[in-house]
Design a protein around this ligand. Structure first.
Ligand code: CTP
Ligand code: MG
Length: 175
């Protein structure tokens, strides 16, 4: 999940500048996505997710030997590492954007809290993209028990990292 997690944090660190919706509003008078979704955040986030995944691949064998467990590989039966990493990283931020679109339609301002949805949007986005791009790889590694574990652990991790982000000043709200 790391290549899906890190784009969110790095979007908060590197984000800013031109919003993806270009400042446009829909007929309801509300922003399409809002100022919290920017090109810089999107591209820096995806790049960081892919880079982290490549680093994990470089460490896969030494770490597996050190920890004596078999770690998942971002490559399987010839499926491309880059496709897997791009799906995880971009799916994560597209899930987040999809959520922002609906938050705006419900009249929620940028940064307004939507419990559980804010904590799981990027997980679902990453899974949908990865399942659609490489179903065989996805079902090999994301078994039901793993998915349930991720759904339980992620909100806790997300809350912890967001509080850190709030304290160091890259997040406007601690959620
Ligand atoms: N960010 C960005 N581009 C993205 C995603 C995030 O620049 N594609 C940055 C923004 O600075 C944003 C911060 O990361 O404020 C935190 O992201 P998030 O919590 O998803 O955005 P919110 O500001 O809470 O906006 P929303 O209500 O739309 O979720
Ligand atoms: Mg938010």
């Amino acid at each position: 999940m790391l290549p899906a997690y890190i784009p969110n944090s790095m979007a908060a660190v590197f984000g800013g500048g031109r919003p993806i919706d270009g400042g446009r509003t829909l007929k309801d008078g509300r922003r399409i996505l809002g100022d919290g979704k920017t090109y810089r955040g999107l591209f820096a986030g995806i790049a960081c997710g892919v880079l982290l995944g490549l680093l994990q691949m470089a460490l896969l064998i030494p770490l597996s030997e050190l920890l004596r467990i078999s770690l998942p590989s971002f490559s399987d039966n010839g499926s491309s590492t880059l496709v897997i990493l791009l799906s995880l990283a971009s799916g994560s931020l597209f899930g987040d954007m999809f959520k922002s679109f609906f938050k705006r339609r419900f009249g929620m301002k940028r940064g307004a809290s939507l419990p559980l949805v804010d904590q799981l949007d990027f997980v679902v986005g990453a899974w949908v993209f990865t399942y659609l791009a490489i179903p065989g790889w996805f079902t090999t590694y994301f078994t039901w028990d793993i998915m349930i574990t991720v759904l339980i652990i992620t909100p806790l991790l997300h809350l912890t990292t967001n509080i850190i982000g709030y304290i160091i000043g890259v997040k406007k709200e601690p959620w």
